[in-house]
Design a protein around this ligand. Structure first.
Ligand SMILES: [Zn+2]
Length: 240
């Protein structure tokens, strides 16, 4: 092959590489949501995948809503298909420990093991690794933050809770969630609470009618420039 032809081929190869990949997986007409311009809300589901995760995923798909799942490694292992589906359908996967111990009362070795085992389980199930950590019970301190930093993950808490785990009532969960929803809010929910999953179609419809775009945590924190180890929102009494 002449030098000229081979260099032309090289240029052609570069052009092919640089051309933007067509977004076949998503609706090509759809622009990415900019949460500095529109009302966004991140629904987050902890401790799963819970036994109702499949129904929840059906609902999220039907209403074109995205969510973030802070997964517990032990359930990732027992329900890997849900985890794979979450990733495939555009939801965000976060790390919520392997067996849910209070990290502030755990040894450094235990915390690291809990985080790593969950990273590995999610990777095995869905082919992706969580980039966000939510420590169990939202309990963190300087030591936990340093370990999160070593894993390269910010710690995501919540702006408000749905209180679903104690209310266990469709109407009450909806009322509480609507009362605390605010632009760029991060709402704590659980996909093991049946009433949360049962009420989700009505809740999503109401939120969307109020103008909310239901997006992932990474979408709502885009403007926060969080560093690994940072906690957001900042727990009471903490200084940046
Ligand atoms: Zn939890």
């Amino acid at each position: 092959m002449s030098r000229q032809i081979s260099s032309l081929l090289a240029i052609a190869a570069v052009c092919v590489t640089l051309a933007p990949a067509p977004a076949f997986a998503q609706d090509p007409k759809k622009e990415p949501v900019d949460c500095s311009q529109v009302k966004c809300l991140a629904l987050t589901f902890d401790d799963g995948p819970g036994q109702y995760a499949g129904t929840l995923l059906d609902t999220l798909k039907k209403y074109d809503a995205k969510a973030t799942f802070f997964l517990e490694g032990q359930y990732v292992k027992s329900r890997p298909k849900f985890v794979k589906r979450m990733a495939a359908e555009g939801h965000e996967l976060g790390n919520h420990s392997y067996k849910h111990p209070d990290f502030t009362k755990s040894s450094e070795a235990t915390i690291k093991d809990e985080i790593q085992k969950t990273q590995d389980a999610v990777k095995a199930a869905a082919g992706v690794e969580p980039k966000l950590l939510r420590p169990p019970y939202g309990m963190t301190d300087v030591r936990v933050s340093e370990i999160a930093e070593q894993f390269g993950m910010p710690q995501i808490l919540w702006t408000a809770g749905s209180k679903d785990w104690s209310l266990k009532n469709v109407d009450a969960i909806q009322k509480q969630t609507l009362a605390v929803a605010k632009p760029n809010g991060i709402i704590l929910m659980h996909d093991w609470v049946k009433q949360t999953v049962d009420g989700m179609p009505a809740l999503i419809k109401t939120l969307q009618n109020k103008g909310y775009h239901l997006v992932t945590v990474s979408d709502v924190i885009k403007g926060e420039s969080l560093e690994p180890g940072d906690a957001f929102p900042l727990p009471e009494g903490w200084e940046q």
